[in-house]
Design a protein. Structure first.
Length: 229
């Protein structure tokens, strides 16, 4: 997890993917009016429309109780190590506008994980996944989703207390810590758009000169240029 974090000042972020999927619930924050496919936060049931949910996905490993989405089929399912292993290409849902996505959290293990522990007999509470803020949803709709394909979600560092440190990790301080989503009191995440970096003419020319000869096929150069920039 640490290697995938992006440091901006004194804050830590993880790049996540934003996916929008239709749903049939009456309760919705985003509506797509057809046939124009125009997004709105105002629902007019008299107009032809579909309701939409946002799902923000991470490449973190899915654990018991996590929700995941297959990025190819866009299927949504809850992970279960015993019966429903979703770690083959599935993306973890870290936050969503879908209030039906919840999980059980064991009170005794709350400082360790927010995942379901099927072998644990602790009592626990059902909680909703964190959600994007209203400001984020309004910005997403205003932009019609453009430029929001990927965002930076803020994480914060925590540390296990002594009794929660596994014996085999006790001599390695780097493994005494974990990373969690940074949440506001209202269970919303902190996030920002991924800003595209601008390059000077000199930087681009230097990139070309250090990677290609004058005989390189132009189609190949263009293809590699699009991958890099």
């Amino acid at each position: 997890m640490t290697n995938s974090l992006v440091q901006i000042g004194d804050k830590s972020y993880k790049e996540c993917q934003v996916v929008m999927l239709p749903h049939s619930n009456i309760d919705t924050q985003i509506t797509m009016y057809l046939p124009e496919k125009e997004l709105s936060t105002n629902l007019d049931r008299l107009q032809h429309h579909t309701n939409q949910h946002l799902y923000i996905l991470s490449d973190e490993e899915l654990k018991n109780g996590d929700w995941g989405i297959n990025p190819i089929t866009l299927n949504l399912s809850q992970h279960d190590n015993q019966h429903n292993n979703l770690n083959c290409g599935w993306k973890k849902v870290v936050t969503t506008t879908d209030s039906k996505l919840n999980f059980k959290i064991c009170k005794r293990h709350e400082t360790l994980t927010t995942n379901v522990n099927y072998n644990c007999t602790c009592t626990g509470d059902m909680r909703n996944l964190p959600r994007p803020s209203n400001e984020f949803i309004e910005a997403y709709v205003k932009a019609q989703g453009k430029g929001f394909e990927k965002i930076l979600v803020e994480y914060e560092k925590g540390n296990y207390t002594g009794k929660h440190i596994h014996p085999k990790y006790s001599d390695n301080p780097e493994l005494w810590y974990y990373w969690n989503l940074k949440l506001s009191p209202d269970n919303t995440i902190t996030c920002k758009r991924v800003e595209k970096k601008s390059y000077s003419k000199e930087e681009i020319l230097n990139w070309l000169q250090t990677r290609f000869t004058e005989y390189a096929p132009i189609e190949y150069v263009i293809s590699e240029f699009k991958k890099e920039f």
